[in-house]
Structures are given as structure tokens and as C-alpha cells.
Design a protein around this ligand. Structure first.
Ligand code: NDP
Length: 331
């Protein structure tokens, strides 16, 4: 079986030489252990932070060892009767073709009602991130104008649609291509979308949200955050979810120059990490499953094939090569 190792810590933008696909022995499960054949794995922006040797809310990847991350697979051997052979499971031992796990490190999921990879996207961590940011962090209220950056990605595409389900009056998104913007407005029901390459974010946001912004769901940081602060209405709330514009910069750009507006407009900015809010998962997955079934919550996937393409998928994600959730199909 094979797994992907980090062999060198990237400086700035990662390059393929920072990674290696390595052959290893397929282990036999011991008592209480489960052997999983991974069928899908996730690549996510937060993995870039884990490639640096920096303490954060998740430990850095070790050099010369398999990386990890969200994955879905099929149980092929099991020493635990609660996890039968053939079950579809979600776990954190991605970046490898097979995973050997203790039963408490995986979760059996329903793979009948939804395709299994939905547990890595709309029904999984990215979807819950969108829900937590809108509900618990930004406290979206009926009638709010909501601006979502990175809106054509896994988190952002769900955030915009869920905002509408929660009663937002106007939903605006920004993304990196005309195709992405067309998807947002024509298929996902965003009221307006703009390509941030087309001109200053502040000007485009003013045109897209002429009455100002009440809630900003920030996936990007940098110029997007500064523009949002400029366009926020009094008592607006910013859910600081991510800042992908700076993840590959060796020297992060200076922060927003208009932080004084937090004071004058009485804004609230709150960062959050989805894993602190697992208590909302049952509520979210129940609501999201209905929205998906009703066609009110739509998703797309961009899929790379095979473990050899996993690094390419990750690099492509950082460059915006994905529409919706970026995934790798294994085996
Ligand atoms: P996405 O599917 O959104 O993929 C990343 C996207 O970022 C790309 O598709 C690209 O789209 C966009 N991007 C890349 N560089 C830039 C740039 N310089 N300026 C603007 N956009 C850029 O990833 P996710 O949905 O998984 O994650 C979205 C954000 O949410 C990330 O910041 C991530 O770190 C964060 N996150 C936070 C969590 C938390 O608990 N706080 C949990 C999960 C995710 P484009 O073509 O539009 O540029």
C-alpha cells in the first residue's frame, strides 16, 4: 500500500519535491483495530499551515511520515464488531490508500442517502464550518446582507446558500473566475458575485452590496477583509474563518489599515475553529441533509484521481483550481 509523506518543509508556495509517495507494508488489524481501504480523501487549505514547523491548533505534519487529513473508506477487516466489514467510515487518516485505526478514531456513516464523499464536503467539516460561522459566530439574522469571500469553494459555497436558508436578505460572493461567479448567481442563488481580479474589492463590493454588509464570512483575509470593514454597516459581525490569501506568503501582507472602523462602526470580529463546535454537528447534518434532498443546497466537486495526484490536487486547491469541494478519489 502507499502513503504520501512530507519530506521537506515548504518555503512559500509548496512544490512537488516537498512530498513523496512511499510504499509501505499493509498491516493486519489487531484486536479493536479496523483496516480501511480509503476511497476518497480531502485536501484542505489548513493543511498548508501544518506543513510549517509552527505550533497551532493542530500539530505540524512530521517530516518523513504519512500526512493525515479527512478521508472516507470502506472497512476491509475489523477486530471490532461495532464496525463491520463493508461499512463506510469517515476518519482522519487520509493521504494513504489504507488506514489502520482504532474503532474510536472512525465514524460509520450512511452512504446510501448521499454519496460517501459528501461526508468530506457539504455534510462534513467544510459544511459544518459554514454553519458554525453563520449561526454561532456571526449570528446571521433575517434580512441581513451577507458577504462571503472564497464563495465558490467548499466552505464558501455552502455558507452563501445556508445564509439564504437562514433568512439573509441579500447574499454576495467573491471568487476568482467568471465561471465561478456564474455558478454562484445562476445555480446557487447568490444575489450578486464578483471576480476579485476585475478591480479593487472595495469598489466591487460597494456595487454588489449598495446598502452595506451586515455579516462578512471571511475565507480570504487581506484586501477582502479591509474592503469588508469599509463596507460593513454599524453593529456588523465578521466571522473570521480563514485567510487563504496569506497562507503561502513568506512575508504576510500588513493587516487591514482601517481597524479604527471596528470602533466607529461597533463591529464584532470573531475567529473560530470548527472542531470546537462539534456539538452543532447533529443539528447541522440534519438540516443540511434536508436542504440537499430538497435541492436548496447544491454542491459541486473537483476530483483528482489516485494517490499520485493528491499533491497536485492540494497545490491546485491553493491556486483556485477547484469549483466546490476539492477531492481525491483513491483506488
Ligand atoms: P476552498 O474550497 O475555498 O479552496 C480554497 C480557495 O481559495 C480556492 O479555490 C481559491 O479560489 C481561493 N483562493 C486562493 N488564493 C486566494 C487569494 N489570494 N485570494 C482570494 N481567494 C483565494 O477551501 P475551503 O472551503 O476548504 O476553505 C476555505 C477557507 O476556510 C480557508 O481559508 C480555510 O482555511 C478556511 N477554513 C477554516 C476552518 C475553521 O475552522 N476556521 C475550517 C475549514 C476551512 P478562487 O478561485 O476564488 O481564488
Amino acid at each position: 500500500t502507499r502513503e504520501v509523506h512530507l519530506v521537506r518543509r515548504p518555503q512559500g508556495w509548496p512544490v512537488p519535491e516537498d512530498f513523496a509517495v512511499v510504499e509501505t507494508e499493509l498491516p493486519d488489524p489487531g484486536a479493536d483495530q479496523v483496516l480501511v481501504r480509503n476511497t476518497w480523501m480531502s485536501v484542505d487549505p489548513y493543511m498548508r499551515g501544518r506543513m510549517n514547523d509552527v505550533r497551532s491548533y493542530v500539530p505540524p505534519f512530521a517530516l518523513g511520515a504519512a500526512m493525515d487529513g479527512g478521508a472516507v473508506g470502506e472497512v476491509v477487516a475489523s477486530g471490532d464488531e461495532a464496525v463491520p466489514v463493508g461499512a463506510t467510515v469517515v476518519h482522519q487518516a487520509g493521504w494513504r490508500e489504507h488506514a489502520l485505526l482504532g474503532a474510536r478514531h472512525l465514524r460509520v456513516v450512511d452512504a446510501e442517502a448521499v454519496p460517501p464523499q459528501a461526508w468530506l464536503g457539504v455534510l462534513g467539516m467544510p459544511g459544518l464550518t459554514a454553519y458554525v460561522g453563520l449561526t454561532r459566530v456571526a449570528e446571521v439574522r433575517p434580512g441581513d446582507t451577507v458577504f462571503v469571500s472564497g464563495a465558490a469553494g467548499a466552505v464558501g459555497s455552502v455558507a452563501g446558500q445556508v445564509a439564504r436558508e437562514l433568512g439573509a436578505g441579500r447574499v454576495v460572493g467573491s471568487a476568482g473566475s467568471p465561471e465561478k461567479c456564474a455558478w454562484l448567481t445562476e445555480e446557487l442563488g447568490f444575489d450578486a458575485a464578483f471576480d476579485y481580479h476585475d478591480g479593487p474589492v472595495a469598489r466591487q463590493l460597494r456595487d454588489a452590496a449598495p446598502d452595506g454588509v451586515d455579516v462578512y464570512f471571511d475565507n480570504v483575509g487581506g484586501d477582502h477583509l479591509e474592503a469588508a470593514i469599509l463596507r460593513m454597516n454599524d453593529f456588523g459581525r465578521i466571522a473570521a474563518c480563514g485567510a487563504i490569501a496569506s497562507y503561502n506568503e513568506e512575508q504576510p501582507p500588513p493587516g487591514p489599515r482601517n481597524l479604527m472602523m471596528l470602533v466607529s462602526k461597533r463591529l464584532r470580529v470573531q475567529g473560530f475553529i470548527v472542531t470546537d463546535h462539534g456539538d452543532l454537528a447533529p443539528e447541522y447534518t440534519a438540516r443540511a441533509a434536508t436542504w440537499v434532498a430538497d435541492g436548496r443546497l447544491r454542491t459541486r466537486e473537483t476530483v483528482h484521481e489516485g494517490l499520485d495526484e493528491a499533491v497536485t490536487a492540494f497545490l491546485d486547491l491553493m491556486r483556485g483550481g477547484n469549483l466546490g469541494k476539492m477531492l481525491v478519489r483513491l483506488g
